[in-house]
Design a protein around this ligand. Structure first.
Ligand SMILES: Cc1cc2nc3c(=O)[nH]c(=O)nc-3n(C[C@H](O)[C@H](O)[C@H](O)COP(=O)(O)OP(=O)(O)OC[C@H]3O[C@@H](n4cnc5c(N)ncnc54)[C@H](O)[C@@H]3O)c2cc1C
Length: 457
């Protein structure tokens, strides 16, 4: 059933009346997708609403941002993923609010979709620690396809502009790339830019030597990848340094300007001239978490990063038919900690909730709590190194990288994507090339391109 509250319902173009239980899933990311799949045999009607028409494999976004893969390699249309699942309908739309009294989801265009069960899985977004308005434009984060192509545009445009200028200071600042945040995304991004500059593009320019590009990774704490065991974190730092990155630990970002950043280290401020800053330092939950808490009249149900507190079955307190899963959920485990915002948590929670709803429809609601099976964490550093930690197992180097590659390929949606990525990877690996180095999107702002042209050496 689809209503349009602003119009007479008889004028609404999509009106379906059904007696079946209505399950509305918001978000076709890892959590939403696995929830819908788990409901494939249930006697329900599932509506999967996403503001995008595709599922995005975020762990490989950095490859798009660094010209290694094309956007279509890491995304798959939701409609095609669920084309064989007859009880599921994909709806393109952005959810804006909830009316829990009438059990309706409200979309941005004010149309409404009723639900018996609701699963909210809208993930997270960038967090600039209160400086969103100032920093977001200057330092894009990596969360969407648009973010990735924008980063790719900025990085590649900086090389292009450096090739055209004969102002050596400007050239040096154009060839300085700053990545903020030494977590997995920051490390992956820094490693990929090093390879792009020092290997893939090393013979492509005439006025500049891309091999001289500086990639500076700024990290507030003592170690990069500090959630991993210290030996793994040290191995990652070594691999990244070997690729040519500079790691500035215990360094705090104070200011971002179009042509420089100011950082603070050991109480001293330092200026670093750069035109390209990439944000990989923080995320916060999607705004729908706050909207849901407001609709429940319990604003305290969201934590400081906007995640919704859920019970042991991923349901929100007082609303057993409303579930929150994935990055948007604050699922408490021992010691007051919550589960991390990673893909396996999202997949397992989505699957758990889908099965729980399916069983509830068939008879009584199971009482079993959700239990996360932690299969380990991994991060990659460049084209052939990674770190892997699974319980007591710790791996570094090429072996870890092959494990990383295998797992990432396996989890990509659609067989064609797996084959394409595998082929692309094999090509990149053996040629050190990055073939998706396209500058697309808004034109780069070069003050006066004609003035800046220098003749090639
Ligand atoms: C660059 C990057 C690298 C990562 N690398 C790894 C990794 O190596 N390993 C790992 O385990 N995890 C990794 N993660 C984290 C992992 O991607 C997330 O934990 C996971 O995507 C969370 O799944 P989710 O379903 O909760 O949200 P998402 O996958 O973010 O999906 C949310 C969906 O909701 C939709 N949506 C949002 N708002 C609305 C709205 N208002 N209306 C309708 N639809 C909406 C979005 O379009 C999206 O499709 C990475 C994340 C990023 C950004």
């Amino acid at each position: 059933m689809w209503n349009n509250s602003s119009e007479n319902s008889s004028q609404s173009n999509i009106v379906q009346h059904s007696t079946k239980t209505q399950v509305v899933v918001i978000g076709g990311g890892f959590a939403g997708m696995s929830c819908v799949r788990a409901l494939r045999r249930a006697d329900v009607e599932v509506k999967l609403i996403d503001r995008r028409n595709f599922h995005l494999f975020q762990p490989l976004l950095y490859q798009v941002a660094s010209g290694g893969l094309s956007p279509a390699n890491i995304a798959a249309p939701l409609r095609s993923i669920f084309r064989r699942q007859k009880n599921a309908q994909v709806l393109l739309g952005a959810v804006a609010d909830f009316d829990l009294t009438t059990r309706n989801v409200i979309l941005e265009d004010q149309s409404t979709i009723p639900f018996d069960y609701l699963v909210v899985a809208t993930g997270s977004t960038h967090h600039y620690f209160g400086k969103d308005a100032e920093w977001e434009q200057l330092a894009p984060g990596l969360k969407t396809i648009e973010d990735a192509t924008e980063i790719r545009r900025r990085v590649l445009s900086a090389f292009e502009e450096a090739e055209r200028t004969d102002d050596l200071e400007k050239r040096s600042s154009l060839l300085t790339f700053v990545v903020v945040g030494g977590g997995p995304t920051g490390v992956e991004m820094a490693g990929a830019i090093c390879e792009l500059a020092h290997q893939s593009m090393k013979n492509d320019f005439r006025s500049i030597d891309p091999g001289k590009a500086r990639v500076v990774l700024i990290e507030n704490s003592k170690l990069i990848l500090d959630r991993y065991h210290a030996t793994l974190s040290a191995a990652a730092a070594r691999d990244l340094t070997n690729l040519g990155a500079e790691i500035w630990n215990e360094t705090r970002l104070m200011e971002i300007k179009p042509d420089h950043v100011i950082v603070s280290h050991a109480g001293e401020s330092k200026r670093l001239d750069t035109h390209t800053v990439i944000w990989a330092a923080g995320v916060k939950a999607s705004l729908l978490g706050k909207k849901l808490a407001e609709a429940m009249h319990s604003p305290d149900q969201v934590d400081r990063s906007g995640r919704v507190a859920v019970d042991s079955q991923c349901a929100v307190v007082g609303h057993p038919n409303i579930f929150v899963t994935g990055d948007l959920a604050a699922f408490s485990v021992a010691d007051g900690k919550t589960l991390p915002g990673v893909a396996p948590v999202a997949v397992q929670q989505g699957d758990f909730v889908g099965n729980l709803i399916a069983k509830s429809i068939r008879g009584s609601r199971p009482t079993k709590p959700f239990k996360y099976w932690d299969k380990g964490n991994m991060a990659t550093i460049g084209r052939s190194h990674a770190i892997l930690e699974a319980g007591k197992i710790r791996m570094t180097g090429r072996l870890a990288w092959f494990a990383w590659l295998f797992i990432h390929i396996m989890y990509l949606a659609r067989f064609e994507n797996r084959m394409l990525v595998l082929f692309q990877w094999f090509w990149n690996y053996s040629t050190r090339n990055r073939t998706a180095r396209l500058i697309t999107g808004a034109r780069n702002e070069i003050a006066n391109p004609i003035e800046n042209v220098t003749s090639p050496r």
